[in-house]
Design a protein around this ligand. Structure first.
Ligand code: ATP
Length: 585
């Protein structure tokens, strides 16, 4: 205990306190400082000591902060930035649709578009990365205390990237606390460790991704709809990752922003369905002995007649764009092929600004020999269409679900196998007269059916037979072209038919005239000169050799896709719709 400094006794104050004590008076008389003065001096000294301590501490902190600020080295600098020649990510390449439990905790490599991004404070950023269709994942960039692999600077850089830029990423697959509802890969999250910009997005998008994936608001070619471009959403920054409440844009805005239009999962899903439809058409027919062939698009005469043909200068002559492969299918049959089909463009110079028409569409066409009855052709066409539609349900279930999330629709109602509905034109008109809307009470069996009639009849068929698919057979001869075979029992009707899907025509077909004499007579009956350019060559084919009875049909691919999905317009089913007012992109 002897070496422990003792507390100074009050009667023996420290020098400082003694020095601080005022002299004289009550407190500083000859006898030394009073007790009160000593206490005061002691308190003052303590206060001074604390003040000095605090100042020292402050100075130390300042020095440390200064030292830290002076250290500007970004320890994550190699993990982000624009892609360069030396950029390399060695992790396993995984596509978002394949991400699963096997990747948990593993580091993967990913390439995709920045669909959305949101900074959370200065040290964290959430980004949505999309690969194709709606395959997107939430990525997280969080600055680590050590400054690597992710630094604050890296987070800031990534958070500032423009939307729809294309990036290369490395990240660890983790489980989020809660499923991330705004993305399809909702059960996983990518903890990004490297981020390189391969191709930057623009400062302002002409149409945001969210808008591109909304239902098109109108299809009027004249409407510029400037307000609905979605630019606002971009300017405002994306406050949250959800796209709820974003308004759609007009078709004009979509087509003026073709890349963003095509990035929309709904458009990619429609495109997939379209291509599967083509393949299924070929698959079914090839399995039944059909041979594919290629008709020309350029023809020398507007052979099918009518004014709906695009003409063009062809060297020193006039040429036309084929408005159907009809004659060429028949030439193939005359040329000894028993069954043929073609898939190709069809051009119509019709100023029809409707959701059902385009000036260029894709025809799925077939032609076949008839052995016993023209109903063989109906059987084949019914078979191929139902095969396509039933298979689409299975093969494109994912795409159909994506389309429905934007364009809701009821399931397509199929006829029960063996109970396909075939009405004659006369039966259809009778049904309309009996049970259709008032305006169709007086329809006759000899006039062609208007679109409104078609729709009304389709609704009645759906109600009565529970199907969205049916055949209307035996059209009046006035409503059919010159090559349609008149029914031998009643020349006022033809052996020709239309197929309907969701109340609208998607196919026209029938038995063709194969006897040149009958053909010539019917051409005359239609008021056409059988020796006119194009027609003469056509009739001559039937004169040149014996052609077997045959028939076929032409299906509009765009309509099959559009009406199967219940889209509001065929324009959505086309890759690059051509309408009377639009030739671009
Ligand atoms: P619509 O009366 O509906 O204009 P259409 O009777 O002229 O059609 P067809 O010449 O029989 O049609 O053509 C066969 C199929 O081609 C039609 O059932 C339809 O699916 C498709 N089609 C015809 N015209 C067009 C068009 N302008 N745009 C898109 N598809 C079309």
């Amino acid at each position: 205990m002897a070496d422990k400094p003792t507390e100074p006794a009050p009667e023996n104050p420290p020098a400082a306190a003694a020095a601080a004590a005022p002299a004289g008076g009550e407190e500083g008389g000859e006898a030394g400082p009073s007790k009160k003065a000593l206490k005061k001096a002691e308190a003052k000294a303590k206060k001074e000591a604390e003040k000095a301590k605090r100042a020292a501490e402050h100075a130390a902190n300042q020095a440390a902060a200064k030292a830290a600020a002076g250290n500007t080295e970004d320890l994550a600098k190699d993990n982000y930035g624009p892609e360069t020649k030396t950029t390399k990510v060695d992790a396993e390449r995984v596509h978002l649709k394949d991400v699963g439990e096997q990747h948990l905790g593993k580091t993967i490599k990913l390439r995709g578009w920045i669909q959305n991004s949101r900074m959370q404070g200065a040290k964290m950023c959430f980004v949505e990365i999309r690969e194709e269709r709606n395959w997107a994942i939430q990525g997280v960039l969080a600055a680590s205390p050590e400054g690597k692999p992710v630094s604050k600077q890296m987070v800031k850089w990534a958070g500032g990237l423009n939307l729809e830029g294309f990036v290369l990423l490395e990240g660890r697959v983790e489980k989020p606390l809660d499923p991330v509802k705004s993305v399809r890969v909702s059960g996983y999250e990518l903890h990004i460790t490297k981020c390189y910009l391969i191709s930057p997005g623009p400062e302002v998008l002409g149409m945001t991704f969210a808008v591109a994936n909304k239902a098109v608001t109108n299809f009027d070619d004249e409407d510029a709809a400037p307000a609905a471009t979605g630019v606002e959403e971009v300017k405002d920054g994306v406050a949250n990752l959800s796209v709820e409440g974003v308004a759609g844009a007009s078709m004009i805005t979509h087509l003026n922003n073709p890349a963003m239009h095509k990035r929309a999962p709904v458009q990619q899903a429609i495109a997939d369905i379209r291509m599967v439809t083509r393949k299924l058409f070929a698959e079914y027919l090839e399995a039944r002995g059909f041979n594919q062939f290629e008709p020309p698009c350029l023809i020398g005469a507007a052979s099918e007649g009518g004014s709906n043909v695009f003409g063009m200068t062809y060297f020193d002559k006039q040429a036309y764009l084929a408005q159907s492969p009809q004659f060429y299918k028949q030439y193939e049959i005359a040329g000894g092929r028993k069954r043929v089909f073609s898939i190709g463009p069809v051009f119509r110079a019709e100023n029809s600004n409707t959701p059902r028409h385009m000036t260029e569409f894709t025809g799925l066409d077939l032609e076949m020999e008839i052995e016993e009855s023209y109903t063989e052709v109906i059987d084949m066409l019914e078979g191929v269409l139902l095969f396509i539609l039933r298979n689409l349900r299975e093969k494109c279930a994912d795409q159909i679900a994506i389309v429905r999330s934007v364009y809701p629709s009821e399931d397509f109602a199929f006829p029960e196998p063996g109970k396909e509905v075939r009405l004659t034109f006369a039966e259809g008109q009778a049904l309309l007269r009996a049970e259709g809307p008032e305006e169709f009470r007086n329809v006759t069996d000899h006039e062609d059916m208007s679109t409104a009639q078609e729709k009304a009849l389709g609704a009645l068929v759906r109600k009565k037979y529970g199907t969205d698919f049916y055949v209307l057979d035996k059209f009046p001869q006035e409503a059919r072209p010159f090559y349609a075979l008149e029914d031998p029992e009643n020349p006022e009707i033809t052996r020709s038919f239309d197929f309907m899907m969701r109340n609208q025509e998607i196919l026209s077909g029938g038995q063709r005239i194969h006897d040149p004499k009958v053909l010539e007579a019917r051409i005359r009956r239609k008021g056409i000169d059988p020796n006119s350019p194009g027609i003469k060559e056509y009739v001559d084919v039937f004169r040149s050799c014996g052609v077997p009875p045959h028939g076929g049909g032409g299906i509009g691919l765009d309509r099959v896709v559009a009406w199967f999905l219940n889209l509001p317009s065929v324009h959505l089913a086309s890759f690059y719709p051509r309408t009377p007012k639009r030739l671009a992109p």
